[in-house]
Design a protein around this ligand. Structure first.
Ligand SMILES: Nc1ncnc2c1ncn2[C@@H]1O[C@H](COP(=O)(O)OP(=O)(O)OP(=O)(O)O)[C@@H](O)[C@H]1O
Length: 251
């Protein structure tokens, strides 16, 4: 591992489920501190790609390095630096958020004092502090999502990967989550998220990758995407729809 390594480097990544090839040779480099949005239609291969990055799926071929650590050669070291928030996070419903965070911190081997202070900070930041001793089973979807996000952040990961983190959240909770992510990004955390909400990608992320049929169709900042595709002033939604429908030529 070196300090100059990209936060994430993917080379020639492929994944087949039986006969079906879901990811067809993706190359992607994300630099430390970048906030990256992965967009694509349903079934494009976003979740499959990210699950390979976090070590939940084994690639059919290709390489993935997290801060210079090959995630197949040294999966534990790669995972230590990474957090994964799936689209349907699993919480232990019988635990309170505080117990859940203590439990997750314990899995990472974080000492009790550090865990308690991080849990306190995260629960306060996400406005869950007053519910810290209530069981998660009575929580709304948004509260559960926030507790799961706190769990993902408890080991202070350098790379945070979130699959559809804002789906199904009301406006107030979505704002809290977006603000926390923007804050983490400003503090230097590398963040990758998938979303179908174009406004989120447009406002929150630095760089966008569009995946379709298991391949990276286009990549860049919004300004770069507009320029590359000759669509001055176009919204991300317009660009996205033109690219995936083939009206704009991918570059
Ligand atoms: N466990 C699995 N077994 C077989 N096929 C799968 C499996 N998981 C995903 N697929 C298929 O692989 C392709 C890519 O799926 P994936 O979930 O990665 O897409 P996605 O871009 O995340 O989609 P969405 O936006 O709908 O979440 C799809 O055709 C999907 O049906």
């Amino acid at each position: 591992m070196t300090t100059t390594s990209p936060a994430l480097e993917i080379r020639g990544l492929r994944k087949s489920y039986g006969e079906k090839e879901a990811v067809k040779g993706i190359d992607l480099t994300i630099q430390p501190g970048e906030f990256y949005g992965l967009l694509g239609p349903n079934g494009a291969g976003k979740t499959t790609t990210l699950k390979m990055v976090v070590g939940l799926l084994t690639p059919t071929s290709g390489n993935i390095s997290v801060f210079g650590v090959d995630n197949q050669r040294d999966p534990v070291a790669a995972k230590r630096q990474t957090a994964w928030l799936p689209d349907e996070p699993m919480l232990y419903d019988k635990l309170t958020p505080l117990e859940y965070l203590e439990f997750v911190a314990g899995l990472w081997g974080i000492d009790a004092r550090t865990a308690a202070s991080r849990a306190d900070e995260l629960l306060t930041r996400l406005e869950l502090h007053e519910h810290r001793n209530e069981r998660c089973e009575g929580f709304s979807r948004g509260m559960k999502q926030k507790a799961a996000l706190a769990g993902a952040l408890i080991h202070d990961p350098r790379l945070l990967i979130l699959d559809e983190p804002l789906t199904g959240l009301d406006a107030a909770i979505a704002r809290q989550v977006k603000d926390l992510l923007a804050e983490r990004a400003r503090a230097g955390c590398t963040i990758i998220l998938t979303t179908h909400i174009m406004e989120v990608a447009e406002r929150l992320v630095d760089r966008i990758g569009i995946i379709q049929h298991g391949q990276l169709l286009a990549e860049g900042t919004l300004a770069e995407l507009r320029q590359k595709h000759g669509r001055d002033g176009a919204s991300l939604e317009e660009l996205f729809l033109d690219l995936v429908s083939g009206k704009a030529v991918a570059a």
